[in-house]
Each structure stands twice: as structure tokens, then as C-alpha cells.
Design a binder for this molecule. Structure first.
Ligand SMILES: C[S@@+](CC[C@H](N)C(=O)[O-])C[C@H]1O[C@@H](n2cnc3c(N)ncnc32)[C@H](O)[C@@H]1O
Length: 420
């Protein structure tokens, strides 16, 4: 893949695969605001959004780019939240948002100012509860990052979302991702990463170049060679991809790499980094609503990372109905196994904390599998049994039944004798 240059002065062309990414970003940001503004007593919500590779705001066809999406969805979300609150007899909420918009190309930031001006003017006129402040920067992201941190620190923002829509795989340092994830009380990153381009580089034979490519991920040439010895090309690609993912997986509590395919055959990851399982749950559910052209590279069920890279057929989770049916079957056996590893009972909140870094599953499929599994019962705080999947709540507990239907791994010596 040759790196794409964006011609913002004459109008940049929007590719189809970017539409998919924009749809995910748009839906996620709307859900993010509505979920964060659910507390009835809340009257003010403050957040900062940093768009590190912001672009010009609109493509030549008129379609919105990420900064315009953020502004439009802020307005849509506060309108929906406040309509709901008025219906409930609650006071409307105020939202204060700092937008830090950076692009290294000055044509892009110039276009962006022009494209945002009418939207920001409209907010002032029509949505007095929404307060948006914009800071523009025109620098390479890594050079701008210390200034971004200062802006966030001086405004004391605790809710922060970064959109790092780089072209390629090398414009954001891994330690910067770790720094972002460690710096704010509630923080999430959307990160575009051209995994296929990196893998193509890694296939090269020049050891010095290979070492340079691997260094940012803390992977040594020996690691790569040990883990890929004698593999066929597809298996090699799978194993190398797994090593790179493992490196990102150490950057945050919840990390999900979803592949977006471009029709020309190359693909990139849209990685979501979060520190709260709730954020990951919202994201997983949303990806199922946008299922075409994307895939998860691990297996379905709870333990997506246990896939065998040599098994190409079983290594992709597509967010479609047949993938979900397959996921349900895996979850019915994975969930009781996981519970048994910590004893015979676990709180639903602790269960979520434990699974959400390792599953691409929809929350509905997880809840249905909990109800359908003959080895489990879900108990409410007062001890009653849940019978409907859509009533499961974080205060419930999941319990292994004493009479288990089938679990060879649990059978002790006596029980084993019975089955012999
Ligand atoms: C994929 S486009 C961004 C598109 C934008 N996020 C959107 O949704 O419309 C990547 C942008 O990054 C800019 N860029 C390239 N290298 C950069 C760097 N090192 N730091 C910041 N911006 C960079 C390019 O000028 C281009 O506008």
C-alpha cells in the first residue's frame, strides 16, 4: 500500500472504507455522550476531544470528516439527552467540550476553520446548553502532543477522547498511547493502524530494517523468528499480527483491534483503547450494527486471543448473524469454564471486568448464553433467579449449578468413576 496524500486545498476524496470508519465514530460518539449523561442528578458534563489527524473537515463530495462529525454529534446527542430529560421532568444538562484539532498540513487546518465556522455559529444560535471551544494546531502529532497535554491540564479535563486517524502505522509512538491512557480519569482512543503495511515491511529480509520496524512494539527479531519458524506465508502473517497486537494489548485495560477491509485488498485496524468495560461494551455492540467490511481477527466466544494463526478459516469473527450464532455456542461453554476458574460464583460486574478485553461478542449474546447455559444460574441481589436475558444487571451474580450437565474438566475422581 502506498501512503495516501490528502489534497485538502483542491478537495480530498473520501474512500468507501473511510465511510465505514466514520459511521462507527459517529455512532460511538453519540452513544458515548448519551451514556455519560444518564445520571438524573447531573446538570453539567465536561469533556475534551483531541483529533490528532483532523483533516479539512469535509471531503470534495461534501461528506463530513471526523471534526465535523464530533461537532454534529455533540449537538445531536445533547438534543436527544435533553428531550429525554424534559420528558422525565428533569432539568436540561449543559455540556462543555474542548475540541483540540491538529493536522500537520496547513491547507487542512485552514479548510477546517472554514468548514466548522457555520456549525459553531449554529450551535451558539440554537443550542445554548452546548458550549464548544476549539483550539487549532498545525504540527506533526508527536510534536504537538505536549501542547495538547498542557491544554487538557489547564482546563482540568477528566473525560478525554483521542481520535488518532493516522495514515500508515508509524506516526504515533506506542509510548504516547501508554502516556495518554495513564493520564486521565476516563480516557479512550480511536487509533487507525495500517497493520497490512507493517506486515509487508516485516516480510523483508534486511535485518537492520526489520529491527527498526519492530523496535516501537518491543518485539525483537528473535521473538519474531522463534514464533514464526517454518510457517507458510498466511500462518506467518497471522503470527506476526498477533505479536503486534500483544504489544498494543499492554497499553490499556481494554484493547480491541477490528479490521476494516479496503476493496483493493489491504486492510487496517481501527483499535479502540479504553480503561472501562462499559466503554468496550458500547463499542462491541456498535460494531455489530456496522458489520459489513470488518472483522475481528481472533476467534469468537470469550477468549478471542486463543485463536490458532495457522487455522485461517477459524481466525476471523465477522459481526454478522452466523458469526453471532457461532459465538453463542462458544459462550455457552466458555462462560461456565471461566466462572469455575475463580470458584463457583462471580459478580456480573467482576465478570465484565474479566471478559471485555478478550471478547468481541455482543452483550445480548453474552447475556443469552448466560441464561441458555444449563450449568449456570443468574441470581438477583435478593436471591431470585433471572429467567430473561435482557434483565441481567451488574448487581447480579453468576453461579455454577451444583448439578452440572456436562463438564469433563470438573469431574473429580468419584464422579469420573460414575461416567466410566
Ligand atoms: C486519514 S487523514 C485524516 C482524516 C480525518 N480524520 C477525517 O476523518 O476526515 C490523515 C490526515 O493526517 C495528516 N497528517 C499526516 N501526517 C501527519 C502527522 N505526522 N501529524 C499530524 N497530521 C498528519 C494529513 O494531512 C491528513 O489530513
Amino acid at each position: 500500500m502506498v501512503e495516501k496524500r490528502y489534497e485538502w486545498r483542491d478537495g480530498a476524496v473520501l474512500e468507501d472504507h473511510s465511510r465505514r470508519k466514520h459511521q462507527i465514530l459517529r455512532n460511538y460518539f453519540f452513544d458515548y455522550i448519551t451514556v455519560r449523561c444518564q445520571i438524573p442528578q447531573m446538570e453539567r458534563f465536561r469533556l475534551a476531544v483531541v483529533d490528532g489527524f483532523a483533516g479539512g473537515g469535509r471531503y470534495v463530495c461534501g461528506t463530513a470528516g471526523s471534526p465535523v462529525i464530533f461537532v454534529e454529534e455533540l449537538k445531536n446527542a445533547i438534543t436527544a439527552v435533553n428531550a429525554h430529560r424534559v420528558g422525565q421532568g428533569l432539568k436540561p444538562i449543559e455540556i462543555e467540550c474542548l475540541l483540540v484539532l491538529n493536522d500537520s498540513c496547513s491547507d487542512a487546518t485552514e479548510q477546517l476553520r472554514a468548514n466548522l465556522a457555520p456549525l459553531l455559529g449554529d450551535i451558539v444560535d440554537t443550542t445554548p446548553q452546548l458550549h464548544v471551544k476549539v483550539e487549532y494546531l498545525t504540527e506533526k502529532f508527536e510534536a504537538a502532543y505536549p501542547k495538547m497535554k498542557l491544554l487538557l491540564a489547564s482546563g482540568r479535563y477528566r473525560n478525554v477522547l483521542f481520535n488518532l486517524d493516522q495514515c500508515g502505522h508509524s506516526k504515533v509512538e506506542r509510548h504516547t498511547i501508554m502516556d495518554i491512557m495513564g493520564s486521565y480519569a476516563s480516557v479512550e482512543i480511536f487509533y487507525t493502524f495500517a497493520i497490512q503495511t507493517l506486515l509487508t515491511f516485516l516480510r523483508g529480509t534486511d535485518p537492520q530494517r526489520l529491527a527498526r520496524q519492530l523496535r516501537p512494539f518491543d518485539i525483537s527479531i528473535d521473538d519474531l523468528q522463534d514464533q514464526t519458524k517454518g510457517m507458510t506465508k498466511p500462518a506467518w502473517m497471522g503470527a506476526a499480527e498477533r505479536l503486534v497486537f500483544d504489544s498494543f494489548n499492554r497499553c490499556a485495560k481494554f484493547v480491541s483491534p477490528f479490521s476494516i477491509n479496503n476493496p483493493d485488498g489491504w486492510r487496517y485496524w481501527l483499535i479502540h483503547f479504553a480503561n472501562s468495560h462499559r466503554a468496550r461494551q458500547v463499542y462491541n455492540n456498535l460494531l455489530h450494527a456496522n458489520s459489513s467490511q470488518q472483522a475481528h481477527f481472533g476467534r469468537s466466544g470469550l477468549n478471542m486471543l486463543s485463536y490458532d494463526p495457522a487455522d485461517e478459516g477459524g481466525s476471523l469473527y465477522l459481526f454478522d448473524m452466523s458469526g453471532r450464532r457461532n459465538a453463542h455456542d462458544k459462550l455457552v461453554t466458555d462462560i461456565p469454564r471461566l466462572i469455575s476458574e475463580s470458584g463457583d460464583v462471580i459478580e456480573v460486574s467482576e465478570f465484565y471486568e474479566g471478559i471485555y478485553n478478550t471478547t468481541p461478542a455482543h452483550s445480548e449474546d453474552i447475556h443469552k448464553a448466560m441464561i441458555d447455559c444449563p450449568d449456570l444460574e443468574i441470581l438477583t441481589p435478593s436471591g431470585g433467579e433471572r429467567r430473561k436475558f435482557n434483565t441481567i444487571a451488574v448487581g447480579d451474580v453468576i453461579k455454577l449449578k451444583t448439578q452440572r450437565s456436562f463438564f469433563p474438566m470438573f469431574l473429580g475422581p468419584t464422579a469420573k468413576k460414575d461416567t466410566d
